[in-house]
Write a protein that binds this ligand. Structure first.
Ligand code: NAP
Length: 212
């Protein structure tokens, strides 16, 4: 199976890449630096075009849109500057769309699957306050995934949206609930179970349906 993972140089993306390789998948990792196979800042349309050209005629069975930022952690009510909104949405929402758009021919060729890492913080049913930018961006990418699921069904492409858990990474911090290994193993089980039968699902890493 050919798998492409964005943000594969650290955190959940790196461990997903490692576990996929362990089970024999052909993994194409992307990163902003040159530590992975493909250099890709997901916000950069020119780099997206370069990636699409380099991977032309390469079917992709599973695209994992993992790259993301949580820039407004700890912001106070006088914070949340406009530039932070722009940068966050550029990565967490636009970057996901541009990646999927760039790789659609590859996904169509394989009737592949798309896994989008959102968050439980995307859900309208959870509103503890704060982190407005991150929450809004993850809600937006959940909505994007749900609508792509509708539009790509005819191409045989399933789209799933996932909460990876609260994970011990640079983003999640040391106090987080689960290890990156637990998250990666759970997520890969979810991705394996993704099909046209459950396309548009929003699930947690351990297989629970999440409220939208
Ligand atoms: N950790 C959690 O508890 C948690 C919970 C819910 C959801 N998530 C989601 O899970 C995903 C992975 O999180 P993580 O905990 O592994 O985060 P992380 O440790 O902070 O790693 C983030 C990854 O995204 C990459 N990235 C950021 N901006 C990028 C850009 N513009 N272009 C390409 N790559 C970019 C980073 O690359 P650089 O090294 O270049 O910065 C890094 O590889 C994210 O979408 C996150 O929102 C995480």
């Amino acid at each position: 199976m050919h798998v492409l993972i964005t943000g594969a140089n650290r955190g959940i993306g790196k461990t997903l890449a490692d576990r996929c390789r362990d089970r024999g998948d052909a993994v194409i990792g992307t990163a902003r630096d040159d530590s992975a196979q493909v250099v890709l800042d997901v916000t950069d349309p020119a780099q997206q075009a370069d990636m699409a050209a380099a991977l032309k005629d390469q079917p992709i069975d599973l695209l994992i849109c993992n790259a993301g930022v949580y820039l407004d952690k700890g912001q106070g009510m006088d914070g949340y500057p406009a530039q932070m909104w722009a940068q966050s949405f550029s990565t967490n929402v636009t970057g996901v769309f541009l990646t999927i758009q760039a790789l659609l021919p590859n996904l169509r060729a394989a009737q592949g699957r798309i896994a989008i890492l959102s968050s439980q913080m995307a859900s309208h049913t959870r509103a503890p306050g704060g982190s407005y930018i991150y929450r809004a961006s993850k809600a937006a990418v959940l909505n994007l995934g749900r609508n792509l699921a509708t539009d790509l069904q005819g191409d045989g492409i399933a789209v799933g949206i996932y909460h990876p858990g609260w994970v011990q990474t640079d983003m999640g911090g040391h106090a987080a609930e689960i290890s990156v290994e637990q998250a990666a193993v759970g997520l890969l089980d979810r991705f394996d179970a993704l099909s046209l039968g459950n396309t548009g699902c929003f699930e947690t890493w351990d297989g629970q349906p999440h409220a939208y």
